[in-house]
Design a protein around this ligand. Structure first.
Ligand code: PLP
Length: 393
């Protein structure tokens, strides 16, 4: 985010601003112009950054550095994983279980594999964010190659019980994948306890750069490179490494040692935000509030208000938030995630996602609530006038 003092950014699940640590090191990163695959001395610094960042990630996840594959982000990671499993195991095990609230990079890949003959069972998630364990039990079989359930949903913040689902998947002989994009920097957990075979991460969701990320691929798990090339990443992902992006991740990963304090702060800000909104605005429901959620996310349904109009009004007043709606050719559709959870179209269309971040302050939260109170009142008043037919001739 540009440093625009009059704006308040509350959309950290869409992307995060660059960390202060990264900004301080920026000039140093720009000096990393050598190709890490070269033999001469100019390759040394980039090579060292790649090695060190890989090691830092391995320390963070408690895995082997060889289990980390750098890539362009989580869309690439998710597509690569689902396609690899289908390519190598599909003929014997043509079925997959995929949660019905996944990011499009998982959903669209699953639908693509369906068109190739895969049988995909979409696991229902209830309105209060509970994943359907009975459905998983009923549909897991020796024909299942992969179960894919995200760690935390980007729209509602709901955290799914990945360790339990992994155990069920493994007991049935299936592999387990989790899109962990909304985990790093927003929750404080021991990754290894999830016991997954694959996980995906995206640098721009944890205060580093866009267009970079990495996949965790457990040793000996099926893998087919999506991009063939010059043997980079042990021939698992071709293409000259995005050295600036990788080094930037390494720099930001140093901040993760302070994550438990950050998580506490964000939880307290999010709770204060929700408490104030519930006290000051009628007809508000917080989606999946009963479930464990990541620290920073609040998904609201605000009765009798159109989410897009609300978002635009807040934007004009200096606040960046999101609706979760996929806007295609100016035709906003309600969020497929909220619809899959059983919210009505009206509810999904009246939704607003607020996601705080490391640098959000209590003052920003308070001023956002004040603005929301007045904008919602105004939009409801306009709605009432419109519905009363005063404008009709
Ligand atoms: N998965 C989740 C849960 C996300 O929120 C996102 C980004 O919005 C992605 C995957 C895609 O990540 P990337 O932008 O790195 O492709």
């Amino acid at each position: 985010m540009q440093n625009r003092p009059n704006r308040v950014y509350l959309d950290h699940n869409a992307t995060t601003p660059h960390s202060d640590r990264l900004k301080l090191k920026w000039n140093e990163l720009l000096e990393l112009s050598g190709n890490p695959s070269s033999i001469h001395q100019d390759s040394r610094a980039p090579k060292a950054w790649i090695r060190e960042t890989r090691q830092k990630i391995a320390d963070e996840l408690n895995c082997s550095p060889l289990e980390i594959i750098f890539n362009s982000g989580a869309s690439e990671g998710n597509s690569s994983i689902l396609k690899s499993v289908w390519d190598l195991l599909g003929s014997e095990k043509p079925e997959m279980l995929v949660s019905s609230v996944e990011h499009p990079s998982v959903m669209k890949t699953a639908q693509f594999l369906q068109s190739k003959g895969a049988v995909i069972h979409f696991i229902p998630v209830s309105k209060n964010g509970e994943i359907d364990f009975n459905f998983i039990r009923q549909h897991l079989s020796r024909k299942t190659s992969l179960v894919s359930v995200m760690y935390a949903n980007n729209e509602t913040g709901t955290v799914f019980p990945i360790a339990e689902i992994s155990e069920m998947a493994h007991a049935a002989g299936a592999l387990m994948h989790s899109d962990c994009v909304q985990m790093l920097g927003k929750d404080d957990i021991e990754f290894e306890n999830l016991n997954v075979d694959y996980a995906t991460f995206s640098a721009h969701k944890f205060y580093a750069l866009k267009g970079t990320g990495f996949a965790f691929v457990r040793k000996n798990s099926p893998w087919v490179p999506l991009i063939n090339g010059g043997g980079q990443e042990r021939a698992r992902r071709g293409g000259t490494e995005n050295i600036t992006g990788i080094a930037a991740m390494g720099i930001v990963l140093d901040s993760l040692s302070e994550v438990s304090d950050r998580v506490k702060r964000m939880t307290s800000l999010r709770d204060s935000l929700e408490k104030q909104i519930l006290e000051k605005i009628s007809g508000v429901t917080i989606t999946a509030v009963q479930r464990k959620r990541i620290s920073n996310t609040s998904s609201l349904v605000i009765e009798n208000v159109d989410g897009e109009t609300l978002l635009m009004s807040l934007d004009l007043k200096g606040f960046s938030v999101s609706t979760g709606a996929a806007c295609s050719s100016g035709n906003p559709e309600p969020s497929p995630v909220l619809l899959a959870m059983g919210l009505t179209r009206d509810e999904a269309q009246s939704s607003l996602r607020i996601s705080v971040g490391w640098s959000t302050t209590q003052e920003q939260v308070d001023s956002f609530v004040d603005c929301l109170v007045s904008v919602v009142a105004k939009l409801r008043e306009l709605n009432q006038i419109e519905n009363s037919g005063v404008y009709e001739f």
